[in-house]
Design a protein around this ligand. Sequence first.
Ligand code: DX5
Ligand code: ZN
Length: 221
Amino acid sequence: MAENKRFEIAPSILAADFSRLGEEIKSVEPEVKMIHVDVMDGHYVPNITIGVPVIQSIRKITALVFDVHLMVVDPIPFVIPFSEAGSDIITLHVETLEDPNIGIDLIHSLGKRAGLSVHPDTPVEALFPYLKKLDTVLIMSVHPGFGGQDFMPEALERVSSVHRELERIGGHALISVDGGITASNARSIIDAGANVLVVGSSIFGTEDPLKAVTELKKCVM
Ligand code: DX5
Ligand code: ZN
């Protein structure tokens, strides 16, 4: 088993009931430190989801860390608005950036944590030049765009590969994995070297989201 001193579950609100979004977030608050927010523009991915006003609203009802995952073709102009709306971590896709350093440095200049994500079709090595300065790495384990898809098993080797590279360079970035995570595969993802499991359907798609979080934690411990 890969050595992991800590791991977290980050519920993805994409699977929540948006008519009760505040309640849904509050329901998992006792067991999590972080909420994952999927921002999609209908261009980088074939779906449109959440924007700045939603983040401003939910910022008022919780102090949880917001990990805002920007799946948009041109994310740089949106970094400041999403930062001001209350994001704590801003995660950009490496494929959407001409020079990822510009995005990472901008996020850091705003006092926020910077993340870089990688699409399943992009070699994971595309992240390597930036690992040292990143706070988080988000490895997609489904094709981004929709919740409720099946986990791609090849993501496990990609997680291990990033884990090994981080060890080699002494990087401090957390490894998050996003998409298709369930009680059946959570353990294997942590064993591969992940620190954060982003989970939508297996939490907010259930009757009792808080219980789902505690069950997921039990699978991993
Ligand atoms: C997919 C999103 C994920 C999604 C995960 O593009 O980035 O965060 O919400 O949802 P599940 O857990 O249902 O795969
Ligand atoms: Zn996501």
